[in-house]
Design a protein around this ligand. Structure first.
Ligand code: HEC
Length: 149
C-alpha cells in the first residue's frame, strides 16, 4: 500500500513520502527477524508433537503424575541436564532417576521420533510450563546424542 501511495504523491509531499518509504523499508527488514525466528517455529511444531506423544503421561501443564510420571515443569533434570533429557526422548528412559528431589523408577518407552521432531519437542518443553531455555536445539545436536555415555 505505502509504495503505491509514493508514486501518486505530489512533489510537495516528496520529503514526507521519503520518510514513509524509509520507515516502511526499515519495518519490513526488522519484521523479517522478529516473530518468525527458528526457535519460535520449532516451539510451535513441538507443541503438536507434545500433544500427540507426551501429554498422556507428562500432562497438559507438564506437571506429570506424582510418584509415577516425573514433571517437565520446572524439572531440574530437564533444565540442568538437557543432554540427559534428550537421551530420554531419543531412546526412552528406564531405571532410577531423581527429578526435583523425588525418585522415580519407571519406564518411558521410546517415543519413536526422528531427530527433527525430538529437537522441536525439546524446544517446546524447554520453553513451556514456566520453563525458559532459549538455546536452540537442532536435529544436528540430537544426532550427536548417544545411548551409552
Ligand atoms: C508412557 C508414559 C510416558 C510418555 C508417553 C512419555 N514419557 Fe517421558 N517419562 C516417563 C517416565 C515414567 C519417565 C521417568 C523414567 C524413569 O523413571 O527412569 C520419563 C522421563 C522423562 C524425562 C526426564 C525426566 C524429567 O521429568 O525431566 C523427560 C525430559 C521426558 N520424559 C520427556 C518426554 C517427552 C518429551 C515425551 C514425548 C515425546 C515423553 N516424555 C513421553 C513417561 C512417559
Amino acid at each position: 500500500m505505502t509504495r503505491i501511495v509514493i508514486f501518486i504523491a505530489s512533489p510537495k509531499h516528496y520529503n514526507c513520502m521519503k520518510i514513509i518509504l524509509f520507515l516502511s523499508l526499515t519495518l519490513g527488514v526488522c519484521s523479517a527477524f522478529l516473530p518468525d525466528d527458528e526457535l519460535t517455529k520449532s516451539i510451535a511444531r513441538g507443541k503438536d508433537i507434545y500433544a500427540e506423544n507426551c501429554v498422556t503421561c507428562h500432562m497438559g501443564a507438564g506437571e506429570g503424575v506424582a510418584g509415577t510420571f516425573p514433571p517437565l515443569a520446572k524439572s531440574d533434570y530437564l533444565l540442568k541436564t538437557p543432554e540427559k533429557a534428550l537421551k530420554a526422548i531419543k531412546f526412552g528412559q528406564q531405571g532410577k532417576i531423581v527429578v526435583n528431589g523425588v525418585s522415580y523408577e519407571g519406564m518411558m518407552p521410546n517415543p519413536g521420533l526422528d531427530n527433527e521432531e525430538i529437537a522441536d519437542v525439546m524446544n517446546y518443553i524447554q520453553n513451556s510450563f514456566g520453563n525458559s531455555n532459549k538455546t536452540l536445539v537442532t536435529a544436528k545436536i540430537v544426532e550427536t546424542i548417544k545411548q551409552k555415555e
